[in-house]
Design a protein around this ligand. Structure first.
Ligand code: SF4
Length: 414
């Protein structure tokens, strides 16, 4: 395929450019302000007092205000953080491989005094991103090769990825689609129509994953339009939405959006969760509202060096997710996008972390550890080895404590 999935559908990807195009598309009804904060986490309260004292609760809790006031330049960021050398150098560059933007809310939950804070590492550009290592490339999953039309990635027979926007409210430094994200959202409808047509014509598609960018940055009307069109296709059995919004912009989960979710069944949300610090009072309220609406939620987490590659942190994250009714789903080995070496752990480390969960916490708290194989090979599960060997009568296995057990498994003699 020669086309770039995003550029050919009218997106631009100018790194670091403040992108407010989505805002003009957002609903301006009062429902958009219906995210009610019953309480606020302490870090955010302190942050608001220090930097946003004149901003009312109503504004702060309005997702449109959060998007319009994203921090997206070095100058703005340095008002809040004392930047490290490696961050300063990266922000000074004309372009890194991934754009930079963060909502005031998500910035507020970072420990600003801690230069090694986990969430900060995932958001603030670092000079390490400019180091290109062996095996890295722009599109490691070769999604463009599995893209019959710009808005669709069709890798597995019965399901498709529907790329609906290139916009995110915050940009993760390790994003697999960093070469696509950021930019404009105008003229999307005609590309969506192509997507609907493709799905309609391919009767083998039973599962549609609405992705991007972050689809929950689209307006209520657009989300409703997308869902109603996809659900009207007879052979589509389920729809999933991939999003990080509940963690980075919980204010977006308004009553109106919840009412839209209620109209569609079965609807799944795959929520991108990185670190336990993301589960705040605000995100918990938002996520519980989603759960109450009948949407089924699973999590997707990328294993990141110095961020969550730690047994205690990973267990805490999985426990916190379960408490807000998100079932841990995937733990991804970090994709080898350009400039990602500083984020990538060894696969062995990932297996050790999974080993530290199995047997030591509820099975529900254990995500499936996978590598999304380069060149479009799909997800390949990775497990610590519990198998020892076998003979004619038994297989011999290790349990979570390393003790050996035999299970009767007589081999068939022909
Ligand atoms: S929210 Fe998702 S699509 Fe957006 S930058 Fe992060 S990983 Fe990429």
């Amino acid at each position: 395929m020669e086309h770039s999935i995003i550029s050919s559908i009218g997106y631009s990807s100018q790194s670091g450019k403040k992108s407010e195009n989505n805002i003009t598309n957002l609903d301006t009804t009062e429902e958009a302000l219906s995210f009610q904060i019953l309480s606020e986490n302490d870090r955010t309260t302190k942050f608001r007092k220090q930097y946003y004292q004149t901003v009312s609760d109503l504004k702060w809790n309005d997702y449109k205000w959060q998007i319009a006031n994203r921090i997206s330049t070095l100058k703005e960021l340095s008002t809040f953080l004392s930047l490290k050398d490696e961050e300063l150098k990266a922000m000074d560059k004309e372009t890194t491989h991934c754009p930079f933007a963060i909502t005031p809310y998500y910035l507020s939950i970072i420990d600003l005094e801690d230069k090694e804070s986990a969430i900060r590492k995932t958001m603030v550009p670092s000079i390490n991103e400019l180091i290109i290592s062996e095996g890295e490339c722009e599109d490691p999953l070769s999604e463009e090769e599995s893209s019959p039309i710009p808005s669709i990635v069709h890798r597995y027979p019965d399901r498709v990825l529907f790329l609906t926007t290139a916009f995110c409210s915050c940009y993760c430094r390790y994003c697999t689609r960093s070469h696509m994200v950021d930019g404009h959202t105008q003229s999307l409808k005609e590309h969506w129509e192509d997507g609907f047509k493709y799905i309609r014509e391919h009767k083998e598609i039973r599962d549609v994953i609405i992705s991007g960018g972050d689809p929950l940055t689209l307006s209520d009307n657009e989300i409703d339009y997308l869902l109603s069109n996809i659900y009207s296709i007879e052979h589509v059995e389920m729809v999933r939405i991939g999003t990080k919004v509940p963690m980075v912009l919980p204010q977006r989960i308004t009553d109106n959006l919840i009412n839209i979710f209620r109209k569609y069944r079965p609807l799944y949300l795959s929520i991108h969760a990185t670190h336990p610090d993301e589960i705040t009072i605000e995100s918990s309220i938002a996520i519980n509202k989603i759960a109450d609406s009948g949407v089924v939620m699973g999590s997707q987490t990328v294993l990141l060096k110095g961020v969550n590659d730690n047994e205690v942190i990973m267990r805490e994250l999985m426990h916190k997710l379960l408490k807000v009714r998100i079932r841990p789903y995937y733990l991804y080995q970090c994709d080898p996008i350009i400039g990602s070496k500083h984020f990538r752990t060894s696969v062995e480390r990932g297996k050790e972390i999974i080993h530290s969960l199995r047997g030591y916490t509820s099975g529900y708290a254990i995500p499936q550890y996978v590598i999304d194989a380069p060149k479009g090979g799909g997800k390949i599960p990775l497990l610590p080895s519990y198998y020892k060997d076998s003979d004619e009568n038994n297989i011999y296995l290790y349990n979570y404590e390393g003790k050996e057990y035999a299970y009767p498994d007589k081999k068939r003699i022909t």
